[in-house]
Design a protein around this ligand. Structure first.
Ligand code: FAD
Length: 117
């Protein structure tokens, strides 16, 4: 089947939004289990992301820049950096990772519940 750049970009935007919003809610002080869970998730994501070329590039990126999971800040900073590596390869503008703070809000209205901060 032919590549459809519109669908590929749409999937990318939705996925980045999900990933950045997810790490924005990662615990500020993660347990070892939290850290292992995020690390495992990212590696499984690199195996399962449906755009095969994208996933292959992403696995190479993971090998070079392992996910940072020591805190919410570390995780969000790492993902922002990783997204910028992809931006650079696709010749897209580089995002200022200092502005990531309140940019991704899940709108869930349940901060502090169920162990999420
Ligand atoms: P996106 O890159 O989708 O970003 C969406 C929004 O996120 C931006 O508008 C901006 O507000 C914000 N943003 C931008 N940079 C950052 C950052 N560093 N940190 C936080 N927020 C940011 N497409 C390909 O054609 N080839 C590939 O090899 C490829 N690999 C991909 C690998 C992964 C893991 C993912 C998730 C997507 C990949 N994509 C790939 C899709 C590509 O990254 C874009 O999602 C798609 O091209 C749409 O781009 P966009 O300009 O709308 O912005």
């Amino acid at each position: 089947k032919l590549e459809n750049a519109t669908l590929k970009a749409e999937l990318g935007r939705a996925t980045w939004k999900f990933l950045h919003t997810m790490v924005a809610r990662f615990p500020e002080k993660p347990s070892d289990d939290d850290r292992r869970t995020l690390e495992t998730f990212i590696h499984l994501f690199g195996r399962l992301y449906p755009c095969g070329d994208c996933a292959r590039h992403f696995r190479e990126l993971l090998a070079q820049y392992p996910p940072q999971t020591s805190s919410r800040n570390a995780a969000a900073g790492w993902l922002c950096f990783a997204h910028n590596v992809v931006n650079e390869r696709l010749e897209k503008p580089i995002f200022d990772c200092n502005n990531i703070g309140d940019f991704y809000d899940c709108g869930c209205g349940d901060e502090g519940k169920e162990g999420k901060e």
